[in-house]
Ligand binder design. Sequence first.
Ligand code: ADP
Ligand code: MG
Length: 246
Amino acid sequence: MEDKQVMIRVQNLKKSFGQVEVLKDVTLEVAKGEVVVLIGASGSGKSTLIRCINFLEIKNGGDILIEGKSIDPKKDDLTKVRQKVGMVFQHFNLFPHKTVLENVMEAPLIAKKADKEQTKQEALQLLQKVGLSEKADVYPSSLSGGQKQRVAIARSLAMKPEIMLFDEPTSALDPELVGEVLETMKQLAQDGMTMIIVTHEMGFAKEVADWVAFMNQGKIVEMARPEEIFNNPKEERTREFLNRVL
Ligand code: ADP
Ligand code: MG
């Protein structure tokens, strides 16, 4: 049997904001090429968890290992870590005064000082991948929300991350635009990208997740295969949550 390569290991992670303990001893492992969908009620700590994995929040305890290496935010170069761990947010924050192509080229040009022509070719390929080749030269304001989010995904991929984190990437979209973004993420999953996705799209979770993790009050209550979580949850709290949202 082939050993799986662990890409992310979160070990006994703790995070507080002031007196409030938001993450209580979270442990999670994601293997290379796996998709973990994180579900749970608003306020349960999902965003904080993935922000900690991208070091946008700094943990108060425990450990975060990326490809086997424990990251110390005080010593390690977080810009380098974030090149490995891409993140897509609910709000896409594209640069309004740059074209779609320039948006996708920006990070590699600035952060990696990459070659301009090669960066352009790669950006065009990424736009093709997210189905937006014909939009390369337009400005974000002329795009739909779904198209903007697909540009944001391409922009994140331009840094050639090994891991992608998504925090409710479709929550701000009109319902008819959700599908195209989910389809783009599904494609990424099929290409073998390692991903943690926070979403309320349970159909997507069923179809695309290798594992579904249910968070409640700062803890991962249960993590299992999607069919287990949705058909036969072990924990009462998981069942209650699913009864409310399904
Ligand atoms: P979720 O993404 O599951 O909705 P969050 O991780 O955003 O949950 O939030 C978990 C808890 O942490 C909430 O009670 C929220 O109010 C609190 N929280 C999140 N970010 C901050 C912050 N920067 N300062 C203070 N409290 C925060
Ligand atoms: Mg959140």
